[in-house]
Structure formats: C-alpha cells, structure tokens
Design a protein around this ligand. Structure first.
Ligand code: PMP
Length: 406
C-alpha cells in the first residue's frame, strides 16, 4: 500500500465481508481484539501445512525451519520496538502474562515499605498483579489520580514519588477512554528516584510504534491480538539488566541450562523466561502481523484513525443526552459514551441486531467507572480498516436504538 486506500485495505480482512443478523458486519470492538488480515491467516495455514514442529531441540529439517521462523519473528519484533537485543524480547501469551511475569519477578526484590505506583486509568490486568505483589511483599500501592477529561494529574504523580518508589506501572493508552498517557514524562520522573517503569502497550501497539530505547522504558508489554495478530501470543520487552536480575517465572523444559536433582542452572535470555513448548505458530504469526502493519505504515494509520475519531465524535456530540467520557486532547480512536439513563447493554444489544459490534460494560477498568459514578459505557473503537460510511450507519442505528429505548 503506497497510499492509504481503505477500500483496498479492507480486502485484506476476510471477516469484514461477513454478515451479522443479516446486516453487513460493522466491527467497532477493535480495542478488545483487532481483526486478522489474510497475510497473517496465510502464515498460520502455511505453518501448520508445511513445517509444524517443536523448536530448539530437533536435528531434523522441520524443527530447524520452525526454530528459524520463530527466531526471525523475534528479530522482527525487536526491530519494530527498537530493542537493543533480540533476547530482550520474551514471547508471552499476552499482556496479562507479561505483567504477571514481571510482578512475580519483583516479589523477590521488594521489601516491606517499598512503594509501587499505578495510574487511575489502568486495566484490571495492570492492577490486580500489583495488589497481589503488595500482599506478598508488604509493599504499598499508590495511585496517580485522573481528572474528568480522563487525563492523569501529573502534579499529583510528583507528590507520590520518593526514595521508596521501586516501580511505576502505567498503560500507554487507556482501553476504556482512549487517553494517550505522557509516558515519556512519567518514565523520566520515575527514573529520577531510581524506580523502574513498566508500560502496558496493549492498546498502543496498533496505533503507535514505540522506540523502547529512546523511551528508556524498563519493561514494555503487549498482545498480538490487538495488532492484527492471533490470540494467545504477546511479548515482554525488558532491559537486559532487569531480565538478568529477575528470577524465572515458570520452571520446565527450554528454560534450563543443566538439570540434576541437586541443582539446576537456568538458560540464558530469552529462554530463561520461556519454559515449555511455546506458541510457535503464534510467534511467527505475530511477526507477520508486525510486517503487515508496517506495510501500511504507522504514520498513515495514525492520521486516518484520527480522522475517524474526529468525524465520529462530532456526530455523537450532536445527539441529545449523549455524554462522552474521556475528552483528552491526546487520545486515540476510542469513544466511550452513555445516553441519558439508558443502560449501555440495551443499546449494545440493539446495535448487534443491526450488525454493529461495540463493547458495553466496565471494560475491565472498574476504577474509571467508579470515578465517573457509572456502571459502564458503550465503547466504539476504530482501526484503520474502518470507514466514515460505517460511522454514518452506526450513528443512524444508534439514533434508532435511542428512540426504541426512551
Ligand atoms: N491492558 C490493557 C490496556 C488492555 O486493553 C488489555 C486488553 N483489553 C490488557 C491489558 C490485557 O490484555 P490481554 O487480555 O491480551 O492479556
């Protein structure tokens, strides 16, 4: 794709041709899971048709081909995120796994009275592991508050930082509101007191191409299924010095150097954190997804998605009684809203009858819902394969739903 041509791009996604309840599918639940282009589907079919094998152990041809493709995918991911070393990329099953791996590792490094800071905008998967870590170590959890626009209040972050702060965890983009957090500033401030920073890139990976070295971030995690890859695979980037310091997460095959009943020594990075047979096909398909995204280009993606965001926001603002949550100047193509007292679920159900997929509920971010004193929202989230025509259909369907429910 030399120029951004959404009609052409949509042909890459077979699922966009299907109907739901007799209507053409309009898929606006991209923040939950993105759709998969034919290029990635072909990679998966090719793997299972031609070189499915266990990796790193076999002398035979299939095993070597699979190992090569898996390690090539690691290098693609390394280059994409600009990690210094390929072994700083650990394959995980997804963002949640990556966060738990780091949280578990820190349980042996923290002591009572140490402090961990998270943000008010976190997904449950970036809250609960830290609460568990605090319970097991006696560390204390602190929270960077948010304001009604859905921005973090950085002046309050300054007050939370001190010599006891050991870790700061923040998402790059909020899945519930779409806010893009100022991670550059957060990382810089955290490093001044010697704290490590983990950035949850689950929502940012399809919209922003981060440079982990320029950011100087200590850990960065994401899931392939948010970036046009398959489910069940993701990655943890960790600075070499940190990955060497953290103990292994799981024991098993692949992660050892030598095993005896007296003593086991662990394998070098990245294998130390990759116990057991990995998701070989998933890793290779993750690499294919990264290739696909880069073939379109992140600059073009960001610009087009911003157009969709502005277009949809304007139309939604014209609907009486509709409230948009998350009005930060720095946001991605996620719109969370409610209409009067109508329950989000009721609107979501009627939209589904018209072939439109949106998310309803608390979006695994109950603290944000508590902040606004609402049970949940309707969330429409766009990717580069969505169109203004789809937004028009969505808006008129939404108006119909509101009429039916009021
Ligand atoms: N963090 C954020 C911000 C997310 O949006 C998600 C997925 N909704 C996760 C973490 C968890 O990702 P996964 O379920 O793929 O592990």
């Amino acid at each position: 794709h030399t120029t951004f041509n959404v009609k052409q791009i949509r042909k890459d996604f077979p699922i966009l041709k299907r109907k739901v309840n007799g209507k053409p599918l309009i898929y606006f639940d991209n923040a939950a899971t993105s759709q998969t282009p034919q290029q990635v589907i072909d990679t998966i079919v090719d793997y299972y048709s031609n070189y499915n094998a266990n990796i790193h152990r076999g002398v035979h041809a299939l095993s070597q081909e699979a190992t090569d493709a898996y390690e090539q995918a690691r290098i693609k991911i390394q280059k994409h995120f600009n990690a210094a070393k390929a072994y700083e990329i650990i394959f995980t099953s997804g963002t949640t796994h990556g966060i738990n791996l780091v949280a578990n590792g820190f349980s042996s490094l923290l002591k009572k009275g140490d402090e961990i800071i998270v943000s008010a905008l976190e997904h449950h998967s970036n809250i609960v592991p830290w609460q568990m870590l605090c319970e097991s170590t006696g560390a204390v959890l602190k929270v960077i508050p948010m304001n009604t626009n859905g921005d973090l209040v950085l002046s309050e972050f300054d007050k939370l930082l001190n010599q006891n702060t050991k870790l700061v965890f923040v998402n790059h983009i909020s899945n519930a509101l779409g806010t893009i957090n100022p991670i550059e500033t957060i990382i810089e401030k955290a490093h001044k007191v010697g704290a490590a920073v983990l950035v949850d890139g689950a929502q940012s990976c399809p919209h922003i191409k981060p440079d982990v070295q320029a950011l100087d971030v200590d850990f960065y995690v994401c899931s392939a299924h948010k970036i046009c890859g398959p489910t069940g695979i993701g990655m943890l980037y960790g600075k070499e010095e940190w990955l060497k310091k953290l103990p292994p997460y799981q024991g098993g095959g692949e992660m050892i150097a030598e095993v005896s009943f007296e003593k086991t020594t662990y394998a070098d990075l990245p294998h130390k954190f990759e116990a057991g047979t990995p998701n070989v096909c998933g890793g290779i398909a993750f690499g294919a997804a990264i290739d696909y995204m880069n073939s379109i280009g992140f600059d073009a993606i960001v610009q087009y998605e911003h157009e969709l965001l502005v277009y949809a926001t304007k139309q939604l603002q014209n609907i009486e009684g509709l409230t948009i949550y998350g009005t930060s100047e720095h946001k991605t193509s996620v719109i969370s809203f409610n209409v009067g007292n109508i329950h989000p679920y009721d609107i979501g159900t009627i939209l589904d009858k018209m072939g439109i997929a949106v998310r309803t509920g608390h979006h695994c971010a109950q603290p944000i819902m508590d902040f606004y004193k609402i049970p949940g929202t309707i969330r429409a989230s766009f990717m580069f394969y969505n169109t203004k025509e789809e937004i028009d259909i969505f808006i008129s369907a939404l108006k119909k739903a509101i009429l039916m429910l009021s």
